[in-house]
Design a protein around this ligand. Structure first.
Ligand code: NZQ
Ligand code: ZN
Length: 395
């Protein structure tokens, strides 16, 4: 009898992304035609960078014919308690439209508010703990000031609660922005620390949706590889000169494309690096992107057997490693990735960020057990004790 070889096949999928992207130089002024007529807008922003780099003036000018209330002070890793103050304003002032002007934190905070504004329960934190998808939220738009997360064109958000040292995700079809304005000129004022964070976050988003096992999705693989190649190409130039428009525009579009849903369609995805990374931010306040750079090399090393074919493909196609066996190429792929992060100035060991790292692995493993997160990764087979080993390797 002929041995039947299991065919690698693309998974079935559905794709709908309703966010209108307005991309390019001097596009912030287009806000004036995107905000619904007669809307009462809550303009949400972060710690004040938009007041120093001219973005705030551009937004205010574009909104001169609309009724606007403002809420500033959303911190990096948007904090639940602060967002609850904004929710009160939404309710007291009969706000009908939200406008996020910021990076992933302000946009994610706005997504939480979009959901919480229409939430029927008593405690909006339950939206995160119960993992209930938001089917309908208050409509919102965004003006992106920091390319990194892709939040401007996806329906996910991550919210932090200092009180309990938690950082949890939420999402749903009701949380796509109505529009997002992407003007690459905003990059000029971004500090180097945030530029390298953005590159690292976007790079890891692609890896989470690619570094699994071969699944016969040739086009998705090449989409993913082309984003990685472009990020590698632009990284040193964007850091050296964020006023270079060609580099800035490619950087910005890469970050959006890395997590707007397209490259994950029809393929297995991992997301264990993010699940573990979020704990490091919640526990130690480490920048999101840096937590990914800490976990990714250990994760790929620990799961080497399961991922070696894709690691080798990535080595060949992204890093031009043409010599050696699958295993040799796969090992080089992990080294290249870690070196890439290090060359951006990002440390890839937890002990470089905190002296209190001992016990972290056990703590994260315990938290995952308590939450019932018993099987992470593309095979849903990474148990809390595997997570413990991965985190220990990252010390
Ligand atoms: O607060 P302000 O004053 O605006 O300053 C910010 C902040 O200090 C500053 N910044 C932003 N744009 C600037 C600027 N400084 C000068 N010029 C500009 N044009 O940068 C700092 C960091 O901003 P933040 O929004 O926190 O960064 P990022 O965009 O990296 O967002 C990180 C958050 O997004 C979540 C992360 O967990 C984290 O909470 N993520 C959201 C995702 C999503 N919704 O899809 C996916 C990601 O994996 C990620 O988890
Ligand atoms: Zn991320």
């Amino acid at each position: 009898m002929k041995k039947r070889i299991k065919e690698k096949a693309m998974n079935n999928f559905e794709l709908k992304n309703p966010t209108k992207i307005i991309f390019g130089k001097d596009t912030i002024k287009k806000l004036s035609t995107e905000i619904p007529e007669k809307a009462k807008v809550l303009l949400l922003y972060g710690g004040g960078s938009i007041k120093k780099n001219g973005i705030y003036e551009q937004v205010k000018t574009a909104l001169s014919n609309v009724e606007v209330v403002e809420f500033g002070g959303i911190p990096a890793n948007p904090e639940y308690a602060i967002l609850m103050d904004a929710l009160q304003i939404i309710k007291e002032q009969d706000i009908t439209f939200l406008l996020a002007v910021g990076g992933g934190s302000v946009i994610d905070g706005t997504k939480f508010l979009s959901s919480a504004a229409l939430y029927k329960g008593d405690t909006p934190w339950d939206i995160l703990t119960s993992n209930t998808p938001t089917k309908k939220g208050m409509p919102f738009g965004t003006v992106l000031t920091l390319p990194a997360t892709g939040s401007e064109m996806n329906s996910g958000a991550v919210i932090t609660r200092k009180e309990t040292k938690e950082k949890l995700a939420m999402g749903g079809v009701g949380l796509f922005p109505v529009f997002s304005i992407l003007d690459p000129l905003v990059i000029q004022s971004i500090p180097k620390r945030q530029l390298v964070n953005g590159i690292t976050d976007a790079f890891t988003h692609v890896l989470e949706q690619y570094m699994t096992y071969p699944s016969g999705a040739y086009l998705q693989d090449r989409f993913a590889e082309s984003i990685l190649q472009t990020l590698i190409q632009i990284a040193p130039k964007v850091i050296e000169d964020p006023t270079n428009y060609t580099e800035a525009s490619n950087f910005m579009w890469c970050c959006t494309m890395a997590l707007n849903g397209l490259i994950q369609k029809g393929v297995p995805t991992d997301w264990a690096v993010h699940a573990i990374g979020h704990e490091l931010t919640a526990l130690y306040g480490i920048d999101h992107a840096r937590t990914l750079a800490i976990i990714a090399p250990s994760h790929y090393t620990y799961n080497f057997e399961a991922k070696k074919e894709k690691l080798a493909q990535y080595a060949e196609r992204v890093w031009n490693i043409t010599e050696g066996t699958i295993e040799e190429k796969a090992h080089i792929a992990i080294e290249k990735t870690e070196t890439f992060f290090n060359e951006l100035g990002i440390d890839t060991k937890l002990s470089k960020y905190t002296n209190n790292y001992k016990g972290t692995a056990e703590l994260i493993s315990k938290r995952f057990t308590e939450r019932g997160w018993l099987g992470l990764g593309e095979h849903k087979n990474l148990a809390p004790n595997d997570v413990e080993k991965i985190v220990t390797m990252a010390y």
